[in-house]
Design a protein around this ligand. Structure first.
Ligand code: HEM
Length: 173
């Protein structure tokens, strides 16, 4: 039987032909699905016709689903980093960008977006659920939500882009 504490990182290579762990590979790939789905959800409300208010409800459902996925991914990622992979550095040491600390800088840049993004999403979702009618439709809260919705969506997009860059520098190069 495998005891987690005895697994060394080289045993934990993921499913991509890189040095990433299973969880790093999973998040790397999942973000390629999350970003287009989020863009589609915003497109639905932004370009709806006056008689297509029902698209607001679809936007709500998609954003709630993405919010749950984001929460599960963050939790799984934390568990992976703390208890399973533990030391991502040993996986990244072979990168030509590791010694010069470029990998570290890219991680810091990524964390600048990755840390506030879940908080922004929780805030935007809770306020939207409280202030929009159900089924979802425009209200006097729309202007506020459109500003914070754009901030939350941009933060998510930049989390993904900086995450992909970090993954490539640390585990592909
Ligand atoms: C983190 C999650 C969410 C993000 C990032 C987000 C993002 C956005 C953005 C950027 C817009 C503006 C589109 C435009 O430029 O016209 C928008 C509109 C809208 N959102 Fe969200 N949204 C989220 C969650 C929700 C939830 C949970 C609800 C419902 C409870 C909701 C209801 C609406 C409605 C009704 C509009 C249309 C407002 C109007 O046109 O008057 N959103 N959302």
């Amino acid at each position: 039987m495998l005891i987690l504490g005895q697994i060394t990182p080289p045993d934990l290579h993921g499913f991509l032909p890189t040095r990433g762990s299973v969880m790093l590979d999973f998040v790397f790939v999942a973000l390629f699905a999350v970003i287009p789905v989020m863009a589609w959800s915003i497109y639905l409300v932004k370009f709806r016709k006056p008689d297509e208010v029902y698209k607001c409800e679809w936007h709500k459902r998609i954003q709630l689903a993405l919010g749950v996925i984001l929460l599960v991914a963050v939790t799984a990622f934390e568990v992976d980093m703390r208890f399973i992979t533990k030391d991502w550095r040993s996986l990244a040491e072979a990168s030509p960008f590791y010694a010069s600390k470029i990998v570290d800088y890219s991680l810091w840049l990524h964390l600048c977006f990755a840390v506030p993004t879940p908080l922004l999403w929780i805030f935007v979702i809770i306020r939207a659920l409280q202030r929009f009618p159900s089924p979802a439709a425009p209200s006097d809260y729309s202007a506020y939500h459109m500003v914070w919705g754009k901030v939350a969506a941009t933060a998510m997009f930049l989390t993904a882009v900086t995450g992909w860059v970090f993954y490539w520098l640390a585990f592909v190069a």
